[in-house]
Design a protein around this ligand. Sequence first.
Ligand code: HEM
Length: 126
Amino acid sequence: MKVNKPRPVNLDLQTIRFPLTAIASIIHRVSGVITFVSVAILLWLLNVSLSSPEGFASAQGIVDSFFVKFVLWGILTALFYHIVVGIRHLLMDMGYFEEMETGIASAKISFAIVAVLSLFAGGLVW
Ligand code: HEM
């Protein structure tokens, strides 16, 4: 088929720039998957800690390393992101923040709220 009006094609992923709203949405999906996987890890840790006094001590030992604390901080940050941007999604489903300007502003505000909550999570973990 002959194309009369050649349309611009840009498939170079290094030059495609996503709008902030798209980035917020992609990270929301990623944070949902992280939260889903984390539920299994956290339930396993809870089970270990509740099994016996020795189990509780062993769970304390597991959580007492920098790496595990870092992972827990990441899990909490992903959860906070998912909840805050999830609420933004639900508000958009109700018809708010649908224009580009308000969509970008609400994404920026959500990022700022998540940054504060992430600091709070760091305080809880360490
Ligand atoms: C254990 C808790 C949770 C898990 C494992 C989870 C996981 C997920 C996953 C995997 C998705 C699919 C993402 C996509 O396909 O784009 C999703 C979507 C969504 N989640 Fe969660 N979620 C959890 C809790 C929450 C909470 C507390 C909220 C409250 C705000 C929430 C709000 C949403 C919304 C609004 C969507 C749809 C987003 C869209 O339309 O693109 N989620 N969640």
